[in-house]
Design a protein around this ligand. Structure first.
Ligand code: IVH
Length: 690
């Protein structure tokens, strides 16, 4: 940590740049990808730090400052919705003192010492939505997006059970209600267990599950998920005749919208505190997640007088619950070995309920963390679960050590293969040096090799890879490509040598031939996917792409790496020396070279192709994709179109030349027809680009 009081202007400038980037990254992970990687507390800390620095150096506020943004930018494929009344967010408080100050601030602003009435409403942990009704008919649904422009989720809202499409009673001509879509804890657990069986995405928490279910381009998926919603405020309304928040809540309830039954009117600070404590104590029993309480000044007249700060109303605030803690026993410290050989300690805990979630594992981060906290197997520990993150051990209760416990000694050999596990200088992580002779690394690498963004071989799921590895059917990536040959009996007498995959439990000739088909199809692979598939440390898809773009073909890249010619590599924008060293290190290992040499014999690595094909039917044309594509992913389709010289746009206009329609195309197709634009099918497009 640094001292904000004594920070120099230069340091502050640097820090603000760093914070803008970090917060943006976290926002994208949270809002666009539904996959947060830092916890709420850490995120709040970043934002608070940013605000504190900006308050101290207002002239350093950046154009891209997080304080000027509300949520995050949009997922590109959704139609955009302009929100005539912005959807704001709320300020946060975390303590009684802050609550006291909040109320005091309001009283000062209003120049009044009278008690002020507030509603206290459970802060639903879901995804906010807006629903617009014109003359009582539901016409448009939107997410919050960046607060001013949201994503069109009209069809998705319609797919939620009980979502009112018509309002039976008289309502203002323009009537926009807002609230939260969420998933109950029970529905979340049911969805995850179903997805686990079907090897589909398992969500981190109900909030992500709700977001992932609502923001589906294909609303039929939304329909299959159990989502719930409540209404808690309004946006654009042509006639606001209610005078208080309570009156509004009663009014929408009367219209048939669900409102939270625990919303409460509080006369003073004491009642607000009571409400907060009551809900905090009982939150585990609620059927859905809440992450705090929202207080809103009840009177609309006072709300109007109080007005807004930049991003948030002055008349409302969110009082967040502290991270939840629990005490339990540490049964074991297990060392996991990852694809790149990193040894990661995991705490196996006596299972315990923390805020409605059964916790049986916690992260221990690394070797130093265990030492610093002196964590020993058998200890009684305090664990904490905050929002989305993996539970952590925050403290060891040393006075609960009734018997002598042994200090934990971090292994210096790999628990999976026995090879030395070494820790480089300046590295927090200890790594197994066994490379591919370490079974765990080999299995993890194989899983990576066949994963979607690499060879993308359907039919080789995690379980199959594990089984095949254990039975020595597949030990290296090359073995995947000899599978078919090894499965074919050479002659009647040597039939016993065949793998006989057809006879495996749960398999049959159909699934076997499907698998071979998938394997054969995967043999044609782009350079960037091939590089990614190798599983080189720190080389993700983006880095692999940069490498492909620079070296154009695999042998150029491999030769340079064998020659340890890393200057060009480091000169690539986006590749630092650390990554470059890891890449060179990878090519130093004899067994990696062997695997690559074998692979090159059986796969066809396409050279990197950024040469736009000039004389195609698509060159120079502006194209729009709409509907669900069946044979191509959106990204594949887009990059195909780009490589054939087309421009890809998200919306149909007078400038559009061709609209490519998949299944269930809607308004874009309609517009294209109205404008007389050429419409072609996915198949036509594939023919054009092959
Ligand atoms: S009122 C201007 N009421 O919290 C105030 N928000 O950080 C608009 N939320 O985006 C919001 N429960 O997603 C309000 N009873 C409630 C809420 C609530 C959950 C969420 C909402 C909003 C966020 C604010």
């Amino acid at each position: 940590m640094f001292d904000i009081k004594n920070i120099s202007e230069n340091e502050a400038k640097e820090k603000l740049e760093f914070l803008a980037k970090e917060i943006e990254k976290a926002d994208i992970a949270y809002y666009q990808n539904d996959a947060p990687y830092i916890d709420d507390a850490k995120y709040d800390e970043l934002r608070h730090l940013n605000n504190a620095l900006e308050a101290k150096f207002p002239h350093l506020i950046r154009d891209d400052s997080p304080s000027k943004r509300i949520g995050a930018k949009l997922k590109s494929e959704f139609k955009k919705v302009e929100l005539s009344v912005p959807m704001l967010s709320l300020g946060d408080i975390f303590s009684d003192i802050e609550l006291h100050d909040f109320i005091l601030g309001i009283k000062r602003f209003l120049n009044s010492s009278d008690d002020i009435e507030f509603t206290a409403e459970p802060k639903m942990d879901g995804l906010s939505f807006s629903a617009l009704y014109e003359k009582g008919v539901f016409v448009r649904g939107s997410t919050r997006g960046d607060g001013k422009i949201g994503e069109d989720i009209t069809e998705n809202l319609k797919a939620i059970k009980g979502f009112p499409l018509y309002l039976e009673k008289d309502v203002p001509d323009v009537f926009e209600v807002r609230g939260e879509v969420f998933m109950s804890k029970a529905d979340f657990i049911a969805l995850n267990s179903k997805n686990e069986i079907e090897k589909k995405k398992v969500f981190a928490n109900p909030r992500n599950a709700a977001a992932g279910s609502l923001r589906q381009l294909d609303a039929r998926i939304t329909e299959q998920r159990n989502l719930s919603f409540v209404v808690y405020t309004w946006g654009d309304v042509s006639d606001v005749f209610w005078k208080t928040q309570v009156e509004f809540l009663d009014y929408v309830k009367d219209l048939g919208f669900p409102v939270n039954p625990y919303n409460k009117l509080c006369k003073n600070e004491e009642e607000l505190m009571k409400s907060f404590n009551g809900l905090m104590e009982n939150r585990a029993e609620l059927p859905y997640d809440i992450d705090g309480i929202v207080y809103k000044v009840n009177s609309l007249e006072l709300q109007k007088r109080l007005g807004f700060l930049t991003r948030t109303p002055r008349w409302a605030i969110a009082h967040k619950f502290p991270a939840e803690k629990a005490i339990t026993k540490l049964n074991n410290i297990r060392i996991q070995v990852g694809r790149t050989g990193a040894l990661t300690p995991v705490a196996d805990l006596e299972p315990i309920n923390v805020g409605g979630v059964l916790v049986s594992h916690a992260t221990l981060h690394n070797e130093d963390e265990i030492k610093r906290k002196d964590i020993r197997i058998g200890d009684i520990v305090v664990i904490q679960r905050a929002g989305d993150v993996i539970p952590q051990i925050v403290e060891v209760l040393k006075d609960k050590r009734t018997v002598e416990l042994e200090e934990f000694v971090f292994p210096t050999v790999c628990p999976e293969c026995g090879a030395h596990a070494i820790r480089e200088e300046d590295e927090a992580v200890r790594r197994c040096t066994g490379g591919l002779s370490c079974p765990q690394q080999a299995v993890e690498r194989l899983k990576h090799f066949v994963s979607r963004d690499a060879f993308n071989i359907e039919g080789l799921g995690d379980k199959v890879i594990e089984d095949f590895y254990n039975e020595k059917i597949i030990k290296t990536p090359y073995d995947i490509f000899t599978l078919e040959e090894r499965n074919r009996p050479v002659d009647l007498f040597s039939a016993g040598d065949s793998l006989n995959l057809e006879n495996r439990d749960g398999w049959g000739s159909k699934s076997v031939s499907k698998l071979f088909e998938a394997i054969n199809k995967s043999k044609n692979i782009t350079l960037q996917k091939f590089i990614y598939a190798l599983g080189i440390r720190q080389v993700g898809s983006a880095t692999a792409y940069l490498i492909a773009k620079h070296y154009h073909n695999f042998s150029a890249f491999m030769n340079a790496m064998i020659e340890k010619d890393i200057e060009l590599l480091i000169s690539i924008d986006g590749i630092g020396p650390q990554v470059a060293l890891d890449i060179v290190e990878f090519f130093k290992e004899e067994h990696n070279i062997d695997i690559i040499k074998n692979l090159i014999k059986v796969v066809n690595i396409e050279d990197f192709n950024d040469n736009i094909i000039e004389d195609s039917e698509l060159s120079g044309k502006t194209v729009v994709f709409t509907g669900t594509l069946v044979n191509l992913t959106r990204n594949e389709a887009k990059s195909k179109a780009l490589s054939y010289g087309a421009k890809v746009s998200g919306s149909v206009s007078g400038n559009t030349d061709i609209v490519i329609v998949g299944e269930n195309a809607g308004s874009k197709l309609k517009k294209a027809n109205e404008l007389g634009i050429r419409v072609i099918s996915e198949d036509d497009f594939i023919k054009m680009t092959s």
